[in-house]
Design a binder for this molecule. Structure first.
Ligand code: F3S
Length: 770
């Protein structure tokens, strides 16, 4: 296929520096003399210091901290941008792009929805565009598509290491092109954007050996739905999933991207595949012939696949010939039921056998292959005189996909049977779906998206959301029933005759190449930074605010935290969602002051079991007052009173939302003492300059209460580089009793520098200035 597009391509910025990476790997092989997996090759060849970055070797996976040099960053919103701006650089150290895909609500159809969203979010889009201009960032305007699809079509390349920030769990989608793409918080993205080494605890590697062939109705979506059932939502935590075996090579590149995309549903750091001829074809078809040629050469040198005999931490076998379509859910992506059992499952649960909507597309499943397969089913249905029985919505992943679908009559074929094609944006996948007819009502929807927790799509907790391949969603949209199995069941036509779908077929790439569509939403090919450009933030904006650097609590030379007041002891499960609520608050994520008002969610399960209540024992007049969490925290902040939290086990589990660390820090939190922390949140706290400490004896958790005063003993030694220091907490409780509690820390040498500077950003800024 030829690429007919006029989408600008900048080859140096999108071709990994293979010669350097291969050379780096030679240094690594002097230290690690064993065969390497593909994921290890990509990670280790991106070490900031490939000569001594792995020390003397030994056990790396699951233990060592790697200092890495990603080649590219993609961002979705204002948060990372604002943090980058406060680092004080004139330009990004690596090529960076920004994408507007979350704020477009699906309501009337693509054109009207896009126009309305541009007006209602104008100030955010103006800010992003102006900041992109100033710093030389590629700006993808609203309507251009979903970040992960755009990355796959334009930037992804075999062997590359890239990061994407904020709400980027599905960044690994780009793994479909044989690379490592990792979703991170804004502060991590800023590391890469400023050329600071980015730290990652070396993940374990799970190998998935694929044999056999998919056939009939089974797709790569069914593979990952099946795998999610086997691994569960936690099975991939701290691990990279690396697929290998003959079954990899028979899948299209975009089919592999679907698998990689949903590795997020099992908690994997990312997923990847060895370079295949289908990846090569996809690079050519998307106008990146020179990248394909460079990748061919790198593959010939063994860089883009695992070494013979490479060892994995665990190996799973999947015979593709045995796979059947699978439906997962509701409410969790790991509840997997084979299609042949699904009707019985619905009956066992006592659910109404009724489907209320079918949704296809999103960043997970809107490839040309997906769309031509569903169009094949739509054509069969139309020929039989059928139309969809329920609302049937389609979200193209990008303008290129939308325009190519339109040119090749895929869109009109879908519309002929009643489908509505929405804007090229996240839409209903992220809850941007104006759906009024089912409010509060129990109902079931089927989507080809990737997430299905409660309220995800339409804000209705009663909507049961099941995940399936686009072809299963499409076929079932013609039956309107949950128990319909298109592989075995027939529909009854008006004539009374039975109609049965034939297994769908499609094309992985368009024969005449992709067409770019409306290029006005694409970025300039190589935007140069314009240092004199003004970054547009409206006066009195409620959605955007420049970030003030956090002050270091050690700037007066005292390296202990002298008198921290305990704001609260948190009891039980506390996820990042409890700390920083999402939903309607998301629109404030570029305004730290306003979003910090949602800190109140923290207290759903807290002290006294009351919601959003904190005590202030030093209220004016010497009395004890109760107030909302943000109000007490604000009062502490106004008095310059640093404070601490005492928290339970696995504090900060859930999504990697960095506002859960930013917000407490904003109000003056300097210390959190936990029975245990969730790893990503613990790192986020360190990045924002909050010291996380673990109780040496978990029973000590109960000895500290609200408004007790804590002082650290031994922190000064840690801040001076003594990593084996034991930090004690001297606690003075409200009865005036004093006692000491031993703790443990997990700070690395680099993280100590962040803490001392007040935040990782402060440290980066000081490095840049010096
Ligand atoms: Fe958007 Fe849903 Fe993908 S929110 S980025 S389409 S997972």
């Amino acid at each position: 296929a030829t690429h007919a597009a006029s989408i600008p391509r900048n080859y140096p910025s999108i071709t990994p520096p293979y010669a350097t990476l291969i050379q780096n790997l030679e240094h690594i092989r002097n230290v690690l003399t064993r065969p390497l997996t593909l994921a290890e090759k990509i990670l280790y060849s991106h070490l900031h210091d490939p000569i001594s970055g792995l020390g003397n070797g030994g056990r790396i996976r699951g233990e060592a901290y790697l200092q890495l040099k990603p080649e590219r960053v993609a961002m979705q919103d204002a948060s990372a941008h604002l943090q980058f701006m406060s680092a004080g650089l004139a330009r990004c150290a690596v090529p960076t792009s920004i994408h507007c895909d979350h704020l477009i609500q699906a309501s009337e159809g693509a054109k009207a929805d896009l126009e309305r969203s541009i007006i209602s979010n104008q100030e955010v889009f103006d800010f992003l565009e102006s900041a992109a201009r100033k710093y030389g960032i590629e700006f993808w305007r609203p309507g251009s598509g979903i970040i992960h699809q755009i990355v796959l079509e334009n930037y992804a390349a075999p062997g590359m290491l890239m990061l994407a920030s904020y709400k980027n769990s599905h960044t690994p989608n780009a793994g479909g092109l044989g690379m490592l793409a990792i979703g991170v918080g804004g502060a991590d993205a800023v590391d890469a954007m400023t050329g600071t080494p980015w730290e990652l605890k070396a993940p374990q590697i799970v190998g998935v050996h694929l044999t056999g062939n998919l056939s009939g109705w089974a797709t790569t979506k069914d593979l990952i739905l099946h795998l999610a059932g086997r691994l569960t939502v936690r099975g991939g935590t701290g691990r990279i999933i690396e697929y290998f075996g003959p079954g990899v090579h028979s899948q299209s590149c975009t089919g592999l991207a679907t698998i990689a995309n949903m590795g997020a549903e099992v908690g994997a750091t990312t997923s990847t595949f060895p370079y295949t001829s289908n990846m090569q074809s996809y690079l050519h078809a998307t106008g990146r012939g020179p990248v394909a040629q460079a990748a061919d050469e790198a593959a010939a040198k063994g860089f883009l696949s695992a070494d013979e005999g490479a060892e994995y931490d665990e190996i799973l076998e999947i015979n593709l010939s045995d796979l059947e379509p699978t439906i997962n859910g509701p409410f969790t992506p790991d509840l997997a039921t084979p299609l042949s059992r699904f009707g019985a499952f619905v009956k066992e649960q006592g659910w109404k056998d009724e489907l209320s909507a079918g949704l296809i597309g999103s960043c997970t499943n809107s490839s040309y292959e997906d769309m031509t397969r569903v169009a094949d089913l739509a054509r069969q249905a139309k020929a039989a005189g059928l139309t969809a029985k329920i609302p049937f919505l389609c979200t193209p992943g990008s303008e290129q996909i939308r325009a190519t679908m339109e040119r090749d009559s895929v869109t009109s074929t879908l519309q002929d049977v009643g489908a509505v094609v929405l804007a090229n944006a996240c839409g209903p996948c992220i809850g941007q779906w104006k759906r009024d007819d089912k409010k509060g009502e129990e109902n079931a929807i089927l989507t080809s998206f990737n997430r299905n927790f409660r309220s995800r799509n339409d804000g209705n907790r009663q909507t049961m959301n099941f995940l399936a391949s686009p072809t299963i969603v499409t076929a079932m949209a013609f039956s309107g029933s949950l128990s319909f199995n298109p592989m075995t069941d027939s529909l009854t036509l008006d004539s009374g005759k039975p109609f049965k779908f034939s297994p769908p077929s499609g094309q992985d790439l368009p024969l005449t190449g992709f067409t770019p569509g409306d290029t006005s939403c694409y970025p300039l090919p190589t935007p140069a930074p314009q240092s004199d450009a003004e970054v547009v933030i409206q006066k009195d904006s409620k959605r955007l605010e420049l970030l003030e650097p956090f002050t270091s609590p050690f700037s007066d030379g005292n390296l202990e935290l002298p008198s921290l007041k305990v704001l609260m002891r948190v009891r039980g499960k506390c996820t990042t969602d409890h700390i920083s609520a999402a939903g309607p608050w998301l629109k404030y994520k570029g305004h730290l002051t306003n979003i910090s008002e949602n800190l109140r969610k923290l207290f759903d399960r807290f002290f006294c079991g009351e919601v959003n209540v904190a005590f202030d024992h030093d209220a004016p007049g010497g009395i004890t007052e109760t107030d909302t969490i943000p109000n007490v925290a604000k009062r502490f902040k106004a008095k310059n009173q640093s404070w601490a939290l005492v928290v339970d086990d696995n504090y900060g589990e859930g999504s990697a939302r960095e506002h859960a660390a930013l917000q407490p820090r904003f109000y003056g939190c300097n210390l959190i003492v936990a029975r245990s922390f969730a790893r990503i949140h613990e790192t986020n706290l360190k990045k924002q300059g909050v010291l996380p400490l673990w109780f040496s004896d978990k029973a000590d958790y109960s000895r500290i209460g609200s408004c007790d005063v804590i002082q650290t003993i031994g922190l000064a030694n840690l801040l001076q580089g003594q990593l084996d220091t034991i930090i004690k907490l001297k606690v003075t409780n409200r009865r005036g009793e004093t006692f000491e509690i031993p703790t443990k820390h997990t700070m690395s040498t680099d993280q100590i520098k962040w803490l001392r500077a007040g935040s990782a950003l402060n440290y980066i800024r000081s490095q840049m200035q010096s």
